[in-house]
Design a protein around this ligand. Sequence first.
Ligand SMILES: [Zn+2]
Length: 241
Amino acid sequence: MTKLRIETILCRAGTMDNYSYLLIDENTGTSAVVDPSEVAPIANKCKELDIIPDYILNTHHHFDHTDGNLDLKEIYGCKIVGAADDAYRIPGIDIHVKDGETFSLGASNAQIIRADGHTTGHILWYFSDTKALFTGDVLFNLCIGGLFEGTVEQMFTSLNKIKQLPDDVFFYPGHEYTIHGVGFAKYLQPDSPELQKYLSFAQERLSKGLPVSPTKLSEEKAVNPYLKAQSVQELEKLFNI
Ligand SMILES: [Zn+2]
């Protein structure tokens, strides 16, 4: 039985509110940092837990997901893993991965899922045994990432890939952006009991200074307007409201 410990690390607090994650495969002690946004909060967490990360796992090239790559590589000697198609702009990349491949973090296996839209070459990291999905800047609580490089069609395809994963998978986004999605979700679903429940939970978490994530995909599918879009046209409309 594989067991993956996941520690959420807030980076760029109060400005971009990024989430990096420290993953520890408890069977082997192999560890990785997902999307190191900055060095200090991650180094502090590694020190606190006495961890020397073996890998950095990037979802995409944006600076607020890769800025810690080179410094952490120098400090810990870790290997940097990212999408082959994004490799030319991921600092310090060592290992290239592609859609459909599996990457082993000790005894924990991650499936690589390509998810264009926010950028081209963006990937999701899906640990099916742990039921943990790292969505970078594709899916956030109640909202999604902006279309910096890709098209609405590509984003629709990417969201569909997420929707096809099991309902009991927990997702871990690249930012704490829940608050940005509240108004729009309420406007579109003023009478939704599922949304009321979700918002109560989110408010309680945020009031304690805790991340809203992880939430289950089933919960997100019930309230996230972008996941609820059934066609490219429906998704496109949401960008124009
Ligand atoms: Zn981004």
